[in-house]
Design a protein around this ligand. Sequence first.
Ligand code: 1GP
Length: 283
Amino acid sequence: MPKRDAISPTSMEPVSHPSLLAYVQDRSMGARHIILLDPDDQTPEVAAARAVAAVSAGSRMVFIGGSTGTDDDNVHATVLAVQEALELCAWNASQDSGLSEDDWKVPVVLFPAGAHALSPLADGITFMMLMNSHDRRFIIGEQVTAALQLKEAKVSPLSMGYLVCAPGGAVGVVGKADLIHLDDTDKVREYAVCAEYFGFDLLYLEAGSGADTPVSSDLIQAAKGACDLTLIVGGGIRDGQSARRAVHAGADWVVTGSLTEEFDDPDELQRTLSQLISNIGST
Ligand code: 1GP
């Protein structure tokens, strides 16, 4: 991971959140939206424009990462571009009307494929265990490789159990996951309690990027009923209806990635995400 001092001038310290974990766990605002930006699919400049459109639309967190094609260089360049763009918007807001300065201070969080795809400029990282992988690397290996450098860079860890559900997509294959199937509510309950007993703060139910079908309501409800962890749901959520269904079932955060990449025009993206996010809010 590039060293923060070597790369960033002092003005590019990450926007520090008073407590990233408290922010993520806060349920007082209802369910919220995360935009996922994959550095393998877009330039840093495009990612930054999409992040600005998403935050304008009401996204409250930015994830940066992807299962394949990411490394320290493209992840860091993307984090840097996104942080700079959001800081500029925050500064503009302090001089103008529209969104308030604080509305732009959303955390930029790494959602990495492994220890090779990090940036010291991120506010935090989903420090995850892919619980249903059968490869030690994704359970504890990558985490051990990354931990010390993350601590030195002061990137806040969000400890997270990560469960890949069918269809699973690229992450299911790369992560060597024993997929949790649509109706396997007992299995998801077992994992949810296990995540809680490990002391994780978050649980992520993932259907895989671009999935034909998102995580089922039954699985979300089962996880929600079994533990009190902050629940993130993503994969295959492409419209207000599926976002709303996930929130009704118990999601605290809904992630969209692929949908975002369909729009080159930031205004169009903003309109689409505003509509999706209003559906989350109106549950
Ligand atoms: C993938 O859950 C995320 O890790 C987002 O999935 O790209 O299908 O929105 P989509």
